[in-house]
Design a protein around this ligand. Sequence first.
Ligand SMILES: [Zn+2]
Length: 312
Amino acid sequence: MKAFSPKYILSIFLFLGFSTAVFGQDLIARQAPIDRRMKSVDSLAINRVIKKVLKKKLELNEIYPSWNTSKVHCYNDAEIPETFNIDLRGFKMPTPSRLITSRFGYRQSFRRMHKGLDIKVYTGDTIVSAFDGKVRIVDYEAAGYGYYVVIRHPNGLETIYGHLSKQLVKAGEEVKAGDVIGLGGNTGRSFGSHLHFETRFLGIAINPELMFDFVNQDVTGDFFVFRNSDCNRGVLAHASTSTSKRDEFLQGGHATAHQNEDATPAGKFYQVKRGDNLSNIAGKIGVSVDNLCRLNGIRKNSKLKPGQILRY
Ligand SMILES: [Zn+2]
């Protein structure tokens, strides 16, 4: 790997550029246009290499003070910027499930903060990385996350995927958004299979619903502006600039969150199979299409995806 260090690559490009200049002297008359074209290709390639190296260095390492492969929460002395623009483009939803079983926030029953979002998945459902990134931790925590994976992303976020039944990546591995990283499960402090999904910035737990809209399987915008002033005791539950309709929806959503404080999902669930549609599902489980739509925040003509989970 050392042979392909950025300095090495750069020196090869510089050497090529230099030799073109020297040996090109007597060919200039005949080959000037080709020579010029070659040079522009060279500089483009050099720029691309430099950009790639810088991006990796800056975004994967330098925002963060350390690369710790055993401790999830290791940023107590990190310097937190006043604001930071988190690029959400290029996301992939970690699961096609649209069903949130427990929201972010204080849980009366456990007398502690729930610093993530619980999404209904079944044991064995594939869980994918939300963004490109590098796997920081693959570990087990009996009284908490169960089998879990922590990934650091170039956009500044770290995502945590908990209660997995199986981990399919290794620490240090680079992943692309949408790559399978594990299978859903019910390990650790979990009551019923679900995915515990956390989004953190320098260790600060940000309510994933401020960025991810699981019901609509989308991000809430291309960017999320992190503001240190919105944080309270290492947690960012609400964004101060919540003016969009979607934010109002999310604020409204919090009223129902308290009914769901336990990780135990309320109600029954049906996992969509290939060829299913709303009316045959309604027939199978004995619930009206209207009720299914209302409970799951979908329309009668909404397209169902195999693997999607419906509450009834
Ligand atoms: Zn959870």
